[in-house]
Design a protein. Structure first.
Ligand code: BG6
Length: 522
């Protein structure tokens, strides 16, 4: 029997290829790293694929002085360095660059916003764009509230905000704001930020970005689960022994010590990226692919997370910090030697957690997560380990059986594999684990778009499914704050406790060994 369209939640939310309505993107913090490495290369690739609307324009807003020409030439260099498609196509870049402008102003100066309003009006008139606006917060978070307040005071973020005198120019239908991470540093600051955003904007105008949600492989988690009939019936506590999520990075702090040392792995990776991966793996099927239906299900997972607080942090969490070590044969320095790191700080560069989701589907199924810097390799994967068969029929051969494991490789070598037992050819019955493997690169050939491409386009199209809703961000912080609070009562005594180039501290191994389990060897 075929599934009917209405019974298929994916049909309703499918984004048919379409072009957003004309708009201008205003980037606050336009001279920073994010603009150069991610935003402009993503926009350039969207232009290459003809996915941006005619008249699309960019205004870079920042404090340092710069001409339009200088700004355009710097951005061109960054596309040549960071774009996933190379070499740069000059004609395409030149026509895109005609719509790129630089606006120098202080974030706290009302005159700067009045001048921005005039510039936007001029762009609307000259480039035939409407006054739809996408404001992108790419500044340090300390500036967010100031900018939001100014946007509110000038009315720039009100949908349909049409500067006076724009007769003959179509008035915009929307104004949206993308807020970069970190979205606060704890529950209290996330609430305060939500409040200031919502004092100026409606929730539908706010797009809190988590770039992991924009990764192709991450989007495929829901397709894999709910677009197939065979996996969901076993996707629960009756068949799953445990889940492991690893997000390993071989890089260190990479000159971001000033930020990272105030943050640490729990805030930097777990509160957002890892919990979002967990939500997609653990959530119930949504009633449709409508943004709020999906986000309702994600937030329910966060609300069902069993809190880890106070003395429980000893048994359910591990934190670590790397000392000097070696990676791919090269000696690397320890965390505390990185620039911007406070020598007295107790910030962790590694976290491992044992989590439980207290609901009917997941009760008592441990979910082990780990993430860290300066691990042996960059690898992100989710692995579902199934329970062993109830009876071992193959004597000694069966005793060495490995459990069935389904692994979703998020990056690199993107794909999905299922490990199961097979009979080794021969006269006796001997078992061997084999893999059924799907690889994006061989199955689809085409290079997947970068997360920022998908997310910028979705925001222009008004689709917030892959963005974090305010209550999601707060629930995730509430959970993480509990752990932080327990940690603050017991500062680590053994830092650094793992050498760069190893899979974290010995206590991470023990976290699973105590449950007679072990981390996957990656
Ligand atoms: C960022 C973190 O959000 O994600 C970084 O701030 C981290 O510390 C990065 O390196 C990892 O992203 P990706 O896409 O390289 O896995």
């Amino acid at each position: 029997m075929k599934a009917t369209l209405s019974a298929n939640p994916f049909r309703e939310g499918l984004r048919i290829e379409r072009t957003p309505s004309p708009c201008t993107m205003i980037i606050f913090g336009a001279t920073g790293d994010l603009t150069a490495r991610k935003l402009i290369p993503a926009l350039y690739n969207l232009v290459l694929e003809r996915l941006l609307p005619p008249g699309f324009s960019v205004v870079g807003f920042a404090r340092s002085g710069k001409s339009n020409e200088q700004f355009r030439s710097e951005l061109r260099d960054s596309v040549e360095k960071y774009s996933r498609t190379q070499p740069l196509q000059k004609a395409i870049w030149d026509s895109f660059a005609e719509g790129v402008f630089y606006h120098q102003a202080d974030y706290a100066d009302p005159d700067g916003y009045a001048a921005l309003s005039k510039l936007l009006h001029r762009i609307d008139c000259e480039r035939g764009a409407s006054s739809n606006r996408l404001f992108y917060m790419a500044t340090p978070p300390a500036a967010y509230q100031e900018i939001i307040g100014q946007l509110g005071a000038t009315g720039l973020a009100a949908p349909g905000a049409c500067p006076t005198g724009s007769a003959g120019n179509r008035c915009g239908e929307w104004a949206r704001v993308i807020v970069e991470k970190p979205f606060g540093k704890d529950l209290a600051s996330a609430k305060a930020l939500n409040q200031s955003l919502l004092s100026v904007l409606k929730e539908e105008q706010v797009y809190r970005i988590d770039h992991y949600l924009g990764k192709e492989t991450v989007q495929n988690i829901l397709v894999f689960r709910f677009g197939n009939g065979i996996f969901e019936p076993v996707w629960n506590r009756r068949y799953i022994d445990h889940v492991q999520i690893t997000a390993g990075e071989s890089v260190g702090v990479e000159g971001r010590g000033g930020y990272y040392d105030q943050s640490g792995a729990l805030r930097d990776m777990v509160q957002n990226h890892i919990l979002q991966l967990l939500a997609l793996v653990a959530m119930e099927p949504p009633s449709s692919m409508d943004a709020n239906a999906v986000r309702d299900e994600r937030v329910k997972v966060f609300r069902a997370l069993r809190p880890i607080g106070g003395s429980q942090s000893e048994s359910f969490t591990v934190r670590g910090r790397y000392g000097p070590g070696s990676l791919s044969g090269t000696r690397v320095a320890g965390y505390s030697e990185d620039t911007g790191v406070d020598h007295e700080s107790t910030t962790e560069s590694f976290v491992a957690l044992k989590l439980f989701i207290d609901n009917w589907r997941w009760a008592d199924v441990p979910i082990y997560v780990r993430t860290g810097k300066r691990l042996p390799k960059r690898i992100t994967e989710i692995s579902i380990q199934f329970s062993c068969p109830p009876l071992l029929l193959f004597g000694e051969a069966g005793e060495s059986m490995s459990p069935n494991t389904l692994t979703m490789r998020i990056q690199p070598d993107e794909g999905i594999s299922l490990r199961f037992e097979a009979k080794l050819p021969g006269q006796t019955t001997r078992l061997r684990s084999v893999n059924m493997d799907f690889r994006y690169s061989t199955s689809f050939g085409a290079q997947p778009p970068e997360a920022y491409e998908r997310l910028l386009l979705d925001c222009m199209l008004g689709d917030s499914t892959l963005f974090t809703r305010g209550d999601e961000a707060e629930s995730a912080w509430e959970f993480v704050d509990g752990i932080r609070c327990g940690w603050d009562q017991h500062p680590p005594q053994d830092f650094p406790n793992y050498a760069a180039g190893t899979w974290g501290p010995e206590s991470a191994r023990r976290l699973l060994a105590e449950d007679a389990r072990e981390w996957r060897r990656l």
